[in-house]
Design a protein. Structure first.
Ligand code: GLN
Length: 238
């Protein structure tokens, strides 16, 4: 079996070590003897969604998001079809905001992909913090770091989890991120997946089960990673 990971626009959307997420996905597949190919797509490339198993979209500055948004209009239909067919997507911060209807800034509005029924508006000051999230589909908390000006409102969508430390989506409702079908959107950088191997495996398993519904991922020795995760959980609490 082979998993193809599409990294969208790494030349623009690449904040706070987001590339580490790609390395984590690839390595954790390879450590189990599963071939993994990473395809980097620049803003002018065509994306063959039919041959992709995981789409990764990282975070970016407002300026970079504006540059990407024009291109997104062109791939909107293919991307939406991929998501509705249970394609796996991991979108971080700026990338997460772009999955929604729009990101309204002070003077300009960035149009999103409309894949999720969410929207983002810039607020007063940036939300910068370490974050600990309790998710109902993972047995251990998710840890990470947020730095965003946008506040995201996810309406009736299911959140990734409850922010037990940090601000999360908007600093108001106590939730962080979103989960829709096999899409995970989150404000957490860090990078996210090396810090949270349990979440990385959740994502990998979804991609493998799209190819073979009975696929069960064998576990790896994550003692060191989970000790680090636990250290962060114990360090940041109210
Ligand atoms: N530019 C967006 C914001 O500030 C996203 C930032 C990011 O990706 N870290 O809200």
């Amino acid at each position: 079996m082979k998993i193809t990971i599409a990294h969208l626009y790494p030349e623009l959307l690449n904040l706070y070590g987001d590339r580490g997420n790609i390395i984590s996905l690839k390595k954790r597949l390879e450590w189990r003897g599963i071939e993994a190919e990473v395809k980097e797509y620049s803003i002018t490339d065509n994306i063959d969604f039919e041959n992709i198993d995981i789409v990764f979209v990282g975070g970016g500055s407002d300026r970079e998001q504006l540059l990407v948004c024009n291109r997104l209009k062109e791939i909107k239909d293919d991307f939406a079809k991929y998501v509705e067919n249970n394609g796996v997507v991991v979108a971080i911060c700026g990338g997460y905001q772009l999955l929604g209807h729009y990101y309204k800034m002070q003077d300009e509005t960035i149009e999103g992909l409309d894949i999720l029924n969410i929207y983002t508006e810039s607020g007063k000051g940036r939300l910068i913090s370490n974050v600990v999230v309790k998710s109902d589909f993972l047995d251990r908390p998710i840890v990470g770091f947020e730095n965003h000006g946008g506040r995201t409102y996810i309406g009736s969508h299911k959140p990734l989890g409850k922010a037990i430390y940090g601000n999360g989506n908007n600093g108001r409702d106590g939730f962080e991120g979103v989960v829709y079908k096999n899409v995970i959107g989150t404000y957490l950088h860090g990078p996210l997946l090396p810090k949270n191997p349990h979440l990385c495996d959740y994502i990998i398993e979804k991609a493998l089960q799209n190819k073979d519904e009975n696929f069960i991922l064998q576990s790896l020795d994550d003692e060191i990673e989970m000790n680090a995760n636990e250290y962060v959980v114990n360090r940041f609490h109210d």
